[in-house]
Design a protein around this ligand. Sequence first.
Ligand SMILES: NC(=O)c1ccc[n+]([C@@H]2O[C@H](COP(=O)([O-])OP(=O)(O)OC[C@H]3O[C@@H](n4cnc5c(N)ncnc54)[C@H](OP(=O)(O)O)[C@@H]3O)[C@@H](O)[C@H]2O)c1
Length: 267
Amino acid sequence: MNIPAFGVGTFRLQGQAVIDSVRNALDLGYRAIDTAQIYENEAEVGQAIAESGVPREALFVTTKIWVPNYARDKLIPSLKDSLAKLRSDYADLTLIHWPAPGNGVSIEEFMSALAEAKTQGLTRQIGISNFPIAETRAAIAAVGREQIATNQIELSPYLQNRKLAAFLQEQGIPVTSYMTLAYGKVLKDPVIGQIAQRHDATTAQVALAWALQLGYAVIPSSTKRENLASNLLAQDLRLTDEDMAQIAALERNGREVSPEGLAAQWD
Ligand SMILES: NC(=O)c1ccc[n+]([C@@H]2O[C@H](COP(=O)([O-])OP(=O)(O)OC[C@H]3O[C@@H](n4cnc5c(N)ncnc54)[C@H](OP(=O)(O)O)[C@@H]3O)[C@@H](O)[C@H]2O)c1
């Protein structure tokens, strides 16, 4: 099984904003939605899906288990709570949100519990998020690499994560790039601006097309229907080798997200 190349993110979106964003996205043709227990918007995502009229089997819904729910006796009940909020019998993909070293639950324990959730039919696929190489190796050791559908990581033109991405590729684990737009920062980049001009495209489309062309899945979020619509068209944009090389040169270790206690040692 594969994961969709293009989805919509919902981080930071609450209440009516997330309902509107997911409703617009589904209306525009998005079929993959990324949420998480900690986003506290699963119920609104579920409402928007129910009201959209799009059949559940046409959708790909991802959620992520939050840190206090990693223990063997908590993970599956917490996923069942998420599913009730999402108004679904299953998730398409369930991720461990952060490695959270030192929270008292081993990678072996939470990955086995997650694999058990899959066996029980609560999630079609399982995966990890924000896992550096060492923690990914431990997750592979726990459940086998073929079980890990993706590692969802921060990856943008300013944080290209080449070492981790190369390792994941070697292992055959697909990369999902989150914050591909660096929460809007890369949209003001002059080099990306020039590439966009050459293609008569937006800077967001260029950044998204760059990630897609490297083989990564993307999940950009937006509160605006016109941005959701134009982002989706990044799938039709073909960047040249020269464009790709110019963007490769923008790397600056521009990490936006690294919460203490949740992140492990980055590669
Ligand atoms: N696994 C994790 O730990 C993790 C962490 C962070 C995020 N994520 C996931 O990844 C998703 C994407 O990340 P993100 O939402 O933080 O950041 P992002 O997609 O990099 O950027 C979103 C920002 O860019 C703006 N934007 C989007 N399209 C635009 C366009 N065409 N033109 C101009 N501005 C545009 C949005 O503003 P407007 O609303 O004004 O369009 C918003 O401020 C999240 O929603 C979440 O689902 C996962």
